[in-house]
Design a protein around this ligand. Structure first.
Ligand code: PEP
Ligand code: MN
Length: 334
């Protein structure tokens, strides 16, 4: 962090600022130019509030030279992180596809979809048991019964399961779950992030909030990692913009940028990003081409009768065709 001192600043005030910095464990290095005086801060500035320093009378402005995230930062961890999800390795050049219905509805649905997506090449199964719905009158998920059905489909197919945790009080039910999803609406539920960071080492699939910046997404990953769980997978699932033609606006360019900023794997969710089943294939192909580490896709055996997100759910046939295409695209780019 560099502090730029106001012109004609009082010497005493500069000395007071140096004392303040030193009291916070920071070594202040003053460089006096003919036009400007700067203080370079050496040491751990993560506990220093730049806004507070900037508000001081003597300070012109404050410039951060390092990102506020450390554990998620590629600077301190140059190699890609590879996250073990119940035996499936996510990141580091592989392409992992998580597929399944938006919400777990019945044994027949889960087993049928799990078998179909496995046959088409999916490496993990998704399905929501606890659903974050905009309306309290919409289907809220089967809860504990949904988790039981996910376990059953896992036993049938051997696919590791991914499902959303909305409230940490339900965590004990997640014993057989391989990856804990933190949904877009909970990306900044800091208490929940600290709980999944400190109570488990299970991988956390962290979805980007609808209006979250990349720095906010990385700071949320930081919450989980700084609390003790390094196993975080990021997910771009579309953000809110002025455009209403699609459910969300897929911010695909963040994939290479996140890879540059962080060592964590990055998945793309083409289903929530677009809201339409026919858009899922082209967007997924683009995600594969731009270098995403995989996808999380909604697939339903009977989309018109799905209890949640039917319009964006692929049929197993659509999913199988898409997987073939992704395979060809990845082959062409290799
Ligand atoms: C989901 O994956 O079913 C979901 C609700 O996603 P998001 O949190 O991205 O809206
Ligand atoms: Mn959904």
């Amino acid at each position: 962090m560099i502090i730029i001192i106001k012109k004609n600043a009082d010497e005493m005030q500069v000395e007071n600022l140096k004392t303040l910095l030193a009291s916070k464990g920071i070594e202040p290095h003053v460089s006096k130019g003919s036009l400007q005086t700067l203080i370079g801060c050496v040491g751990d500035v993560s506990h220093l509030d730049p806004g507070l320093i900037e508000a001081l009378d003597v300070v012109e402005s404050v410039q951060r030279i390092q990102e506020p995230y450390k554990a998620a930062n590629r600077k301190f961890h140059p190699d890609d992180s590879v996250i073990d999800c119940g035996g499936v390795k996510v990141g580091g050049g592989s392409f992992s596809v998580i597929a399944g219905p938006c919400s777990v509805e019945s044994e027949e649905q889960m087993v049928c979809v799990a078998r179909a997506v496995k046959a088409a090449g999916a490496s993990m199964l998704r399905g929501g048991a606890f659903k974050p719905r905009t309306s309290p009158y919409s289907f809220q998920g089967l809860g504990a019964e949904g988790l039981r059905l996910l376990s059953l489909a896992k036993r049938e197919t051997g696919l590791p399961v991914v499902t959303e945790l909305m409230d940490f009080k339900d965590f004990d039910l997640f014993e057989d779950v391989d990856v804990i999803q933190i949904g877009a609406r909970n990306m900044q539920n800091f208490n929940l992030l600290k709980e999944v960071g400190s109570h488990t080492k299970k991988p956390v699939l962290l979805k980007r909030g609808m209006s979250a910046t990349l720095q906010e997404l990385l700071m949320s990953a930081e919450y989980v990692m700084a609390s003790g769980n390094p196993n975080v997978i990021l997910c771009e699932r579309g953000i809110r913009t002025f455009e209403t033609a699609l459910r969300n606006t897929l911010d695909l360019g963040v994939v290479p940028l996140l890879h540059r900023l962080s060592h964590l794997p990055v998945l793309v969710d083409p289903s929530h990003a677009t809201g339409y089943a026919h858009m899922v294939e082209p967007v997924s192909v683009a995600a594969a081409a731009i270098g995403a580490d995989g996808l999380i896709v909604e697939v339903h055996n009977d989309p018109p009768h799905a209890r949640c997100d039917g319009a964006q759910s692929q049929t197993p046939e659509m999913f199988a065709r898409m997987m073939e295409k992704i395979h060809r695209v990845r082959g062409a780019l290799a």
